[in-house]
Write a new protein. Structure first.
Length: 358
């Protein structure tokens, strides 16, 4: 008897389910909208495609030259070219958006309350803009790969007020300031901020004032990059602000022949022949780098150089280890501020100032 009742209830439940699906207005939940690829050809507007796109979409650029400034304020967009034949360059008249007014090429911009996240930029050339080629502000996980940034008036690629960025396998060359520039913020004073694992890796940086600049940040990695033909290779910059800049890693980079001359400015003396330079940082790990033939007569010239910050703050508790340095002048390793707690272990080099750092 119990088995018969159970079978009856099961049949009744199935019948009710069928009836409910047949009632007016009873529909299954709509399937999520599939991402859209918005294809843009030369002569068409990239910005219009960005405006039409929804999070998750891709803006696919065909080969050719595009003359506009592109402003991205939506999360989870991909801007993709087909390689170096996809060229974004400055228009004769700047676009009316905020990016154009600032003089940048591609801008990824959020707000303090709503940062833009997971924007990806791939496989294109960004060239000839008055300010920065690619610039992120208030972003999370901005990801720039396989791009060429060249001949821009300030930074090739950079970000501020941002976390968890990835800058991989790019070429950034002949920009007037940095090839890649990462900072806490560019228009206010303040302590170093947590970059939350930002990674700069496998980039080729040449012909810039400085290859990579990390300013007032913590918790990031600069690794396996090649910096050559700049005035300076890699600069990690801090000062008296708290938290101090540092607690980051510069590892396994090839830094050689950064012997171009860059004139002094209001903050720094002239730069020439500077390999890896730490100024006013703490807890930075410089390890496993190949640093060769960086030659100059600037106070910051040499292979790996510890130099006081612009306000006279010494480097502290940095670990310089297992680097190979040759042919750097006036020294392979130069501890010029002699700050407390810096360590030098396992470095292969010929000349250090003071002695004992090799």
């Amino acid at each position: 008897m119990r088995t018969r009742k159970l079978r009856y209830l099961a049949g009744l439940t199935a019948a009710l389910a069928i009836e409910l699906t047949q009632l007016p207005g009873a529909h299954a939940a709509p399937a999520p909208t599939a991402p859209t690829v918005h294809t843009v050809k030369p002569g068409q507007s990239i910005q219009a495609a960005v405006k039409a796109a929804r999070p998750g979409d891709t803006i696919q650029l065909r080969a050719g030259v595009y003359r506009e400034n592109v402003q991205i304020t939506k999360s989870r967009l991909t801007l993709r070219g087909v390689g170096r034949t996809t060229v974004l360059t400055a228009p004769a008249k700047a676009s009316a958006n905020a990016c154009g007014k600032a003089g940048h090429g591609v801008c990824v911009t959020g707000t303090a309350q709503h940062p833009v996240s997971n924007v990806r930029i791939r496989s294109l050339t960004v060239s000839g803009f008055p300010k920065n080629g690619i610039w992120g502000s208030r972003t999370v996980r901005m990801d720039v790969r396989d791009t060429l940034a060249e001949k821009n008036g300030q930074q090739g690629i950079g970000q501020e007020l941002s976390t968890r960025g990835a800058f991989l396998r790019n070429v950034s060359r002949n920009n007037k300031e940095s090839g890649i520039f990462l900072a806490n913020t560019v228009d206010a004073e303040g302590g170093a901020t947590d970059a939350k694992g930002t990674r700069v890796a496998e980039n080729r940086l040449s012909g810039n004032r400085i290859g990579v600049v990390v300013r007032r940040l913590r918790n990031l990695t600069v690794e396996q990059n090649t910096a050559t033909g700049n005035c300076g290779g890699v600069f990690v910059v801090g000062d008296e602000s708290t938290p101090r800049a540092g607690d980051l890693t510069v590892a396994h980079n090839a830094v050689h022949e950064n012997n171009a001359y860059c004139a002094p400015n209001a903050r720094l003396p002239f730069i020439q022949g500077a390999g890896i330079v730490l100024t006013g940082t703490e807890g930075t790990r410089v390890t496993g780098n190949q640093v060769h033939n960086n030659v100059g007569t600037s106070p910051m010239s040499g292979g790996i150089v510890l130099f006081k910050s612009v306000v006279g703050i010494a480097n502290t508790k940095n670990a310089i280890s297992r680097n190979v340095l040759t042919g750097n002048k006036p020294a392979d390793v130069a501890d010029r501020d002699k700050g407390p707690g810096n360590t030098f272990t396992g470095n292969v080099c010929t000349l250090s100032v003071p002695t004992g750092r090799c």
